[in-house]
Design a protein around this ligand. Structure first.
Ligand code: ADP
Length: 372
């Protein structure tokens, strides 16, 4: 038995999973939280894995989630010192993520010096977007400096759109899909024959859908307006839009499991929050339908998308004339497996497909190293 070790190093936590080759089934996994020193955190990961039993000598490759790969990385890459430098160079684009991802990479390369380490980028899947999708209408020198739409959650969008085609037993290159990744962070993507052609997150993961604590789309003049009228600094606005906005700002909660009971109790702020949240998602469905021209499949995934039938139904309200017809019973089935939730005869097939970014990272790490 050989393994892929998948590491997702965040600012204060390290998620890890040991995946069996070639089945990609999970052998062990967990999360080390409240990490302040990532080298120390990595030692805890090792201790937990050793306690779980598997022989770490059998780790054949380590796959790392790295948030920003810029325009350079449309595919996973085996990490060497030059790749580490490039991940570092991209840090200004993802200041909360790339530096800690890199600390994880360096710590893991020290612990596992003799196996290949692979970086799998959150932006990679979206690199197929055409210029008209990724170009902002802004001064050219900004664009020349790298300001454009990159998109995030790419590993999830790639996995889920491919799994949807497999599940329906249709060739991936022939399926047009919209993926709604609705977790605490949330993003939509339009996937044409296996290639991403548009996505809702942009230069940073703030743009697009309403999220747990992020505003998603707002008037770009907002920061200037708040600076002029309230004297807020750029940092204050940035922090508020990322951490104090979204559902949390609208109703005081960012977890849907806490919001629905408030809606049912007649809380008007919670009701409005869900209207704002679902209307934004519905608008992206309409927009991406128009971009694709023909839509075969609409897929829900991540914490909200997989578990919350009420939100799914609300997002798709009134889309019957677009050929998107939900089956209320299938939608409320408690199944955890990939499943169809549209009505028989719905021109667009609506699916729930649980995402699995760790499995996708493991698969990509094996593919790029030829160790699968
Ligand atoms: P992250 O973006 O942190 O990876 P997840 O994809 O795990 O987030 O999604 C977390 C969110 O999913 C929670 O904030 C909550 O709103 C929602 N969620 C999780 N489980 C359920 C559930 N059973 N019913 C409704 N919403 C849920």
């Amino acid at each position: 038995m050989r393994y892929v070790l998948v590491l997702n190093c965040g600012s204060s936590s390290i998620k890890y999973r040991l995946v069996e080759v070639p089945s990609l089934e999970t052998a062990a996994g967990g999360i080390v939280e409240r990490v302040s020193d990532h080298a120390e955190g990595m030692r805890k990961v090792l201790a937990e894995l050793e306690a779980a039993g598997p022989d770490l000598e059998r780790v054949a490759v380590v796959g790392h989630r790295v948030v920003h790969g810029g325009t350079r990385y449309a595919d996973p890459v085996v990490i060497d010192d030059a790749v580490e430098r490039r991940i570092e160079e991209l840090s200004p684009m993802a200041p909360l993520h790339n530096p800690v991802n890199l600390i994880g990479v360096r710590a893991a390369r020290e612990v596992f010096p003799s196996v290949p380490h692979v970086a799998v980028f959150d932006t990679a899947f979206h690199q197929t977007m055409p210029p008209e999708a990724y170009t902002y209408a802004i001064p050219r020198e900004w664009t020349a400096g790298g300001v454009r739409r990159y998109g995030f959650h790419g590993t999830s969008h790639a996995y889920v759109s491919r799994r949807a085609a497999e599940f329906l037993d249709r060739p991936y290159p022939e399926v047009n899909s919209i993926v709604l990744h609705l977790g605490n962070g949330a993003s939509a993507s339009a996937v044409e024959g296996g290639r991403c052609v548009d996505t809702s997150m942009g230069l940073t993961p703030l743009e697009g859908l309403v999220m747990g604590t992020r505003s998603g789309d707002v008037d770009p003049a907002l920061a200037a307006f708040l600076a002029r009228t309230r004297g807020l600094s750029v940092e204050e606005v940035d922090h508020a839009l990322n951490h104090e906005s979204g559902l949390l700002a609208l109703c005081g909660h960012n977890d849907l499991r806490e919001i629905w009971p408030l809606v049912d109790a007649g809380d008007p702020a919670a009701a409005l929050a869900m209207e704002v949240y679902t209307r934004r998602a519905r608008k992206y469905v309409g927009a991406y339908y128009a971009v694709l021209g023909r839509l075969d499949v609409l897929v829900f995934t991540a914490g909200v998308g997989e578990n919350d039938p009420r939100t799914r139904a609300m997002i798709l309200t009134g889309l019957e004339n677009l050929g998107i017809v939900l089956d209320p019973e299938a939608n409320t089935s408690p199944s955890r497996a990939p499943r169809v939730i549209s009505a028989a005869g719905s021109p667009v097939t609506v699916l729930v497909v649980p995402t699995d970014e760790e499995r996708e990272i493991a698969g990509q790490a094996l593919a790029v190293t030829g160790l699968g």
